[in-house]
Design a protein around this ligand. Structure first.
Ligand code: SAH
Length: 248
């Protein structure tokens, strides 16, 4: 039997936010491969082998998935959110491109999921309703100087911004530096949404101004949305939105 690899997004947490397409792929799978907490979101069943790995070994994990498929396995590589957003789809293609020629015949599909910034944006209102960008604040795979450059230019272009991986135990100082840089150029009333563990039982949504934002409001389960200069809090509510247009 010929194998396949599906790279699937499990969404931000809630089972209701897993797409039917992903559920169907998981029902057909012989193997699930991924970072430990994501693999554990897939219920065990007879005929399904769950392969859990640590979060720093994406390329090894991708190669493993491709080898399993080459041997006839029906393999689902799981990511949280969307697999194309700071997640396993790119790692899989990196491994695939560098891999042996026989892999080229493999059936590979990417199934989208609801990414954290969109789940968070929906909870807050519509802060990403106009032009926006997403920046991964982890400097594991890129120099910190590049993060600062992209941040500076995004602020200059007045994008709303979503920050993934804002703060970890290993890099506690980076997000403080980001707030410092934002304060240099943005007004103190600029709106920031700290959305933690969206769509899980631990969900917390905090809406503050840049002046009141503190580094410890973010952790690795938080996506941070910084509004553009146009982003508004509707008075008397906790609804944040960015209007569809910018006055000329
Ligand atoms: N592929 C994922 C992102 C992986 S990077 C996606 O599309 O969502 C991991 C980062 O995603 C975390 O550090 C956090 O910033 C964000 N994140 C993932 N799930 C989240 C959730 N349920 N609530 C808030 N942020 C989340």
């Amino acid at each position: 039997m010929s194998g396949w690899v599906v790279v699937a997004g499990l969404g931000p947490g809630a089972q209701a936010l897993v797409t039917p397409e992903v559920t169907a792929a998981l029902a057909e799978a012989t193997d699930v491969v991924g970072y430990i907490p994501y693999v554990r979101r897939v219920a065990p069943r007879p005929g399904l082998t769950r392969h859990e790995s640590d979060n720093r070994v994406e390329l090894d994990r991708a190669r493993h998935a491709l080898e399993l498929a080459q041997a006839g396995g029906r393999v689902v590589v799981v990511s949280s959110g969307d697999p194309g957003v700071f997640a396993m789809a790119s790692a899989l293609f990196e491994a695939f491109e560098a891999g042996p020629p026989e892999w080229r015949a493999l059936d590979i599909r990417v199934l989208p999921g609801i990414t954290a910034m969109l789940a968070a944006s929906a909870k807050a209102g519509a802060p990403l309703g106009h032009d926006f960008c997403a920046i991964n604040l982890s400097d594991n795979l890129k120099p910190w100087a590049l993060i600062e450059k992209r941040l500076r230019l995004a602020v200059e272009a007045d994008f709303a911004m979503a920050f993934y991986n804002p703060r970890s135990v290993a890099r506690p100082e980076g997000f403080g530096r980001v707030l410092y840089l934002l304060r240099e150029t943005c007004e103190g009333a600029r709106l920031i949404v700290f959305a933690r563990a969206v769509s899980t039982p631990d969900e917390e949504l905090r809406i503050v101004t840049l002046a009141d934002a503190r580094p410890e409001m973010a952790d690795m389960r938080t996506v941070v949305i910084v509004g553009s200069s146009q982003t508004r809090l509707i008075p008397g509510t906790r609804l944040v939105y960015t209007p569809r247009g910018v006055p000329s």
